[in-house]
Write a protein that binds this ligand. Structure first.
Ligand code: KIV
Length: 265
């Protein structure tokens, strides 16, 4: 399989072909996502919730993100690997932003993603000027959980929708190659997708986006703490894993495992 490039991603919008993106955080799952032919793999800071068990993403550190980026990059042959810039990696200033974006590339990523619109346009521009491709992220931005008062759909009234449209345009003008639209009404997702030349990747932003992204653990049924409307569960790995572990326990306790077959003669 050939490696997906940034120009490939841009061409897909021009050709009207949908893009796929999923998160992955470790070697075996990154291999599965890559082998399935998914276009982009995001090492999302959502790992703070679905892997580390935290309430939100705010405690995830750069070092943790780089650790997972190295692991995922080792597994990937085809997909474009994107490192998600965690809280405090770009908020303090331009210099921190550029240094941390560079660190993601050293760890094996091809691009970085960062949350925010107009307010972070200068950061995006600075990273792009260093030839590091940037994916934007507007609408429901999980690192702004406290400002939003929880994970709530954004852009429901006209003023809020206009602000998100302005944010998306600012991200494009700053040089981003693509943008995640999260947790917004589908009509706003459609309008932003039409207004931008760069691809929009939706998560809870309706069917009109140029591509879609989901958190892998949601799609596979490995995370049950909350189940937003936009998630479709394609497998129930939690119950399969639970069943396997229970059968192992039972067989050990009954003396059925290991049998002759699993023992050295
Ligand atoms: O952290 C993450 O997984 C994300 C995606 C949901 C877009 O930002």
């Amino acid at each position: 399989m050939t490696k997906i490039t940034i120009p490939d991603i841009l061409k897909r919008k021009r050709d009207g072909k949908k893009l796929t993106m999923l998160t992955a955080y470790d070697f075996p799952f990154a291999q599965i996502v890559d082998e399935a032919g998914i276009d982009m793999i995001l090492i999302g800071d959502s790992l703070g919730v679905v892997v580390q068990g935290n309430e939100n993403t705010l405690s995830v550190t750069m070092d943790e993100m780089l650790y997972h980026t190295r692991i995922v990059s080792r597994a990937v042959e085809h997909s474009l690997v994107i490192g998600d810039m965690p809280f405090i990696s770009f908020q303090p200033g331009m210099e921190d932003t550029v240094r941390n974006a560079c660190r993601f590339l050293q760890a094996g990523a091809t691009a970085v993603k960062l949350e925010g619109g107009e307010a972070v346009a200068d950061r995006i521009r600075a990273v792009v000027q260093m030839d590091i491709p940037v994916m934007g992220h507007v609408g429901l931005t999980p690192q702004s959980v406290h400002r939003m008062g929880g994970y709530k759909v954004q852009g429901r009234d006209q003023a809020a929708a206009e602000r998100i449209m302005k944010d998306a345009k600012a991200v494009e003008a700053a040089g981003a190659f693509a943008i995640v639209l999260e947790g917004i009404p589908m009509e706003l997702g459609r309008k932003i997708t039409k207004a931008l030349l760069i691809p929009t990747i939706g998560i809870g932003a309706g069917p009109h986006c140029d591509g879609q992204v989901l958190v892998l653990h949601d799609l596979l049924g490995l995370f049950e703490r909350f189940n937003p409307t936009f998630v479709k569960t394609y497998a129930n790995l939690k119950s399969q894993a639970l069943d396997a572990v229970k059968r192992y326990k039972e067989e050990v306790e009954l003396g059925k495992f290991p049998s002759d077959e699993e023992s050295y003669k």
